[in-house]
Design a protein around this ligand. Structure first.
Ligand SMILES: Nc1ncnc2c1ncn2[C@@H]1O[C@H](COP(=O)(O)OP(=O)(O)O)[C@@H](O)[C@H]1O
Ligand SMILES: [Mg+2]
Length: 232
């Protein structure tokens, strides 16, 4: 196979796939996902749009193995997510999460929060420190490393959450309204930073948002409608 064909294939490598995914809550009383089919290609930035309650968070949780579908299948890099033996590896190495409310440990420092996932992944201390300093620099947080989370501003907390999510060099970043708790100006700057970092690192981004202006800055915009996904 010649090189250009190989490159073309790599550009279209599917890193995340959902096939016929259904999910309901309360023993089926609340049907949320009704046969979602989805593919994300390596390095893409994808916005998952739709009104509150349409199932964006539910879907992101299934993508990252935080919950299991009722039926259908989610796979990351060709490996099915919800086989128990794959789950820890997935959570530690292959996907990173950023949530709307940072979910950091408030009494610990920025540095401590970011090092926790590297310990779980078995990364040696020196490599982890080097990675932390690299990410802190890219997010403008170097001078805040020793600061407790509770002393940080909202924007700094979300930037810290971004660092933490990327510490183990995941190939996929799942972001659930990552700037939804911030004022408009801070939201814009944190989102610009997020896009810059995922581009530099070659990470695939799937982001839930109801903010059309943020969504428009992604490569693809998807709309959740009646439990399924439509490409816009
Ligand atoms: N753990 C749960 N138990 C029961 N219902 C839930 C649970 N999580 C979400 N839901 C319901 O599922 C629907 C989709 O929720 P969610 O995925 O959070 O939507 P979105 O993120 O788009 O706002 C909503 O009606 C919500 O109330
Ligand atoms: Mg949500």
């Amino acid at each position: 196979m010649n090189l250009s064909r190989l490159q073309t294939r790599n550009e279209h490598r599917v890193v995340l796939r959902a096939e016929g995914v259904w999910k309901s809550y309360d023993d089926g009383a609340i049907a949320v996902l009704k046969g979602v089919d989805f593919e994300a290609f390596e390095g893409q930035t994808i916005a998952l749009c739709g009104p509150s309650g349409c199932g964006k968070s539910t879907l992101l949780h299934l993508f990252g193995g935080l919950d299991a579908p009722d039926c259908g299948q989610v796979s990351v890099n060709g490996v099915e997510v919800n086989r128990h033996c794959n789950l820890l590896r997935l959570l530690r190495h292959e996907v990173g999460f950023v949530f709307q409310l940072h979910n950091l440990i408030p009494d610990l420092t920025l540095e401590e929060n970011c090092l926790i996932p590297t310990m779980a992944a078995g990364m040696d201390r020196r490599t982890a420190q080097a990675r932390l300093h690299q990410l802190a620099e890219s997010t403008g947080l170097t001078h805040r490393l020793g600061q407790r989370i509770q002393k940080l501003s909202g924007g700094e907390r979300q930037r810290t959450a971004l660092c933490r999510a990327l510490m183990n060099r995941p190939k996929i970043l799942l972001a659930d309204e990552p700037t939804g708790s911030l004022d408009e100006q801070t939201s814009g700057s944190v989102f610009a930073l997020l896009l810059e970092i995922v581009a530099t690192e070659g990470v695939t981004l799937v982001m839930a948002t109801h903010d059309r202006s943020l969504a428009a800055r992604c490569d693809r915009q998807l709309e959740m409608h009646d439990g399924r996904i439509d490409e816009i």
